[in-house]
Every structure is written in C-alpha cells, then in structure tokens.
Write a protein that binds this ligand. Sequence first.
Ligand SMILES: C[S@@+](CC[C@H](N)C(=O)[O-])C[C@H]1O[C@@H](n2cnc3c(N)ncnc32)[C@H](O)[C@@H]1O
Length: 219
Amino acid sequence: MARPSDSSLHPQRGGDAALDSRSARTFLRQWLRNPMRMASITPSGRQLARLMVAQLPPGASRVVEVGAGTGVFTRALLAAGLAPARLLVIEINPDLAAFLRDRFPDVTVACADARNLDALAGEHGLSASGMLDAVVSGLGMLSMRGTLRTEILGAAFRALGDAGRFIQFTYGPVSPVRRREREALGLKVRRAGFALLNLPPATVYVYERTRPPQAGVAT
Ligand SMILES: C[S@@+](CC[C@H](N)C(=O)[O-])C[C@H]1O[C@@H](n2cnc3c(N)ncnc32)[C@H](O)[C@@H]1O
C-alpha cells in the first residue's frame, strides 16, 4: 500500500479529542435509536482498529469496509496507506453515512445494506478487473440472524478473490460465524488476535474460502 496523501485524511476539526467526542455522541445517539443494529454503545478503539488492519493480505489494494459506524476502521485503513479511491465504505445508517462522508470526503461511502456488497463493489469498479483483497467488517455479527450473516458473507465471497479475506471482530468468546454456516459457505476461520484495551475487549477472526459453497447456499 502506498503512503496516504494528506488529502486522504480529512483534517479533523478540533483535533483527535474533539473528533473522538463527536464520534462517541453520534454513535450513542444512533444506538439509542436502534441498539440491535448498532450492536455496541461506543465506537471501537484504536488498538482494535490496528489489529483489524494488520489482517489485510500482503499488498492489499482493494478493500470494502462494511458497518463503518463513525469510521474508526476507515481511518486506520487510510493511515495504513490504502488509497481512498480503492476503498468502498458501506454503512446502512443514513446519519452515520453522512458523518462518514463529512469525515472522509475522498472515500466513497454507500448508504446501503452489506447484503449488496458484491453489486456495490462492482458498481464502484472495485471488482471489475480482478477481485477484492479484503472485507473489513465492523458489523455486529453476533446479534444478527444466521440467515443474514450467511447472506452478507455470501455477497462478500462473491466479490473476494481466491486469497481474499473477511476480517471480523466480536465481543463473544467464539467465532460469530457458526461452524454450520462456515461449512455451508466453504470457509475456514482463524483467530487472529485479541484487543484487550478495547471497550469491551474484542477478538478478531479472519475467514477465508477453502472450497465452493454447498449446493443450495445462496452465494
Ligand atoms: C458495532 S457498530 C461498529 C461501527 C464501527 N465499525 C466501529 O467498530 O466502531 C455496527 C455498524 O454496522 C452498521 N450496520 C448494521 N447492519 C448493517 C448492514 N446490514 N449493512 C451495513 N451496515 C450495517 C450499523 O449501522 C453500525 O454502524
């Protein structure tokens, strides 16, 4: 990944502390409106963001982020050198999508459902020639129905190349994608690390495809 240009990181009005407090207030407001979908009362911390980004495949240059919230992982991806034009952010909440567009004016933010990830990646030219390298997910997978998880992962792996990775964190003690779901999708999982300083502490898992999905699975 190339080093980020100055314009890829929008100047943060009032510095990091002001931005953190604006993010926290925005996040809490959205949690009060829809706690199940937000799945967390507060944005992720920087230690977790670094751990997520460290799981990108070497040389990753095409990435989709889903469930970006107020942009903790977005910021870490750009800081790691990902070109803003090679990053597509998908966030279903319109207020958060507007927040992200304001914070990252050089990044395309789609206010959309992660279930449409493959179509959106195609529209934004990210899977036109070659495939995506990684999907970085801030979705609250643990609180989702299994069918929704499977739909989102199916869409992600239609857009990811053979060596593509789906990177996910969880507050739970085990993989938020159940064994049965992984088997249906032909995925293997690896526990990549633990962010003790996150509130609450979180584990990062990486999913990769080992074989085609089972017949009848919508992928
Ligand atoms: C646990 S928050 C994580 C936010 C941020 N990534 C972080 O770690 O601070 C989950 C986010 O996923 C978004 N979300 C939930 N369901 C979604 C879906 N189906 N498609 C896209 N975004 C979704 C929510 O609006 C929320 O912003």
